[in-house]
Ligand binder design. Sequence first.
Ligand SMILES: [Zn+2]
Length: 255
Amino acid sequence: MIELFTKKRIINIIIYFILFCFSYFYARLSFYKIESFKEDLELIIGPSVNLSAKWVGKIGVKKNIPILILAGHADSQGLAGSGTSGEAVDKFNDHPMNPEMSDELFWNLNLQRSIVLIGKQRGLNIESYDPEIRNIDNPNDPRTNWSVGKEFAKRGGYVIEIHFDSYGKYGVGSGLIPPYFQLPNKIDESIASKFGRFPVSFRGGLGAPRRKIRILEIGKLEGSLEKNLRNIKTRQKTIQFLSNEIVDAILNGVN
Ligand SMILES: [Zn+2]
């Protein structure tokens, strides 16, 4: 009787031990998965633009230059230029992040907030503008990104509109589109050497660069970049990491 009792206890102990081992390694594995977010810019943003661009930003900028960050497509929802809906929504039928706007604008706004916050903490003279009206038909309406950006640049400020590029064959990759009628400066150079370099005449000189507004394509909204943004466990890390990289580049350009 006693012998049977001990045998049962030993079996129980073994079973518990095996269960413990399984749950321990499972926990370690899922912990590792979260931890495996690698702070590697190239790995996170994916391919950068592969077009021939010969410009070099040489013009110096003063340390306290006013900087304005715009979120691409903030005033053009429901119009032709509403921004990419991204690979997840377009190709894999995932839900949009916010049904009232393209996924690109959703992420542009998130990045805009974070870049300005981190930029201020790190001593930049930086601000943002959001028209808040999401449908302004006339690009020359004084409330659009481009009109506000144009005025800001006219007063000597540095204006950059952030974007995510389309997925797959519809997009080109990450990189900076410099201003069209102005020599690029050292901030442009610093951002381009990190994110990639578009030719000055890209698509015939887009609306923004013709108004002295730079365009930064952060990366194509696809693959691991989009997954890292959509995954709630890696979202904040990804937004903060990208914002820090952009602020680093600006700081390098002004110093
Ligand atoms: Zn865009």
